[in-house]
Design a protein around this ligand. Structure first.
Ligand code: FES
Length: 154
């Protein structure tokens, strides 16, 4: 089938098989920031935004992206760079394998939740695993990032 979709703001037409997974299609198309981890929907490494919502591309048929907007981390260079600097400041740097999916989930959360509690943040992010740093330092980085975004929007 012909998948007509928008990836990072660009209209795309891609020939796919009915049972192709979005992760495989995106990586074949050169979006290598979308990582393969567990391949079973458990780690969050393969997260992309589908119409703005975090979506596990390893568990989503590519056909479900028909007519929708897909965003990978390349769609948010400014936010990604800024968030990475807050992660570094808090000693929460990641090896880079989980950070694209993790950062996309943080970006989606900030758009979706107004003034979330720490528990709400942790709940939103509980599908994105990271073995490199502590979740407490990540939480501090997320809080600082959210504060910065809030100040920019004032
Ligand atoms: Fe998709 Fe782990 S690779 S959730």
């Amino acid at each position: 089938m012909l998948l007509t979709t928008t990836i990072n703001g660009r209209k795309k037409e891609i020939l796919i098989k009915d049972d192709d997974y979005l992760l495989d299609v995106l990586r074949k198309e050169g979006y290598l920031s979308v990582k393969r981890g567990c391949d079973t929907g458990a780690c969050g490494l393969c997260t992309v935004l589908l119409n703005g919502s975090p979506t596990l591309s390893c568990s989503t048929l590519a056909a479900r992206a028909q007519g929708k907007q897909i965003s990978t981390i390349e769609h948010f260079p400014v936010e990604a760079k800024k968030f990475a600097s807050f992660m570094t400041s808090e000693g929460a740097e990641q090896c880079g394998f989980c950070s694209p999916g993790f950062t996309l989930t943080v970006i989606a959360m900030i758009k979706e939740l107004q003034n979330p509690t720490d528990d709400e943040i942790m709940h939103y992010l509980n599908g994105n695993l990271c073995r490199c740093s502590g979740y407490v330092s990540q939480l501090r980085a997320i809080r600082n990032f959210m504060e910065e975004i809030k100040n920019e929007n004032c």
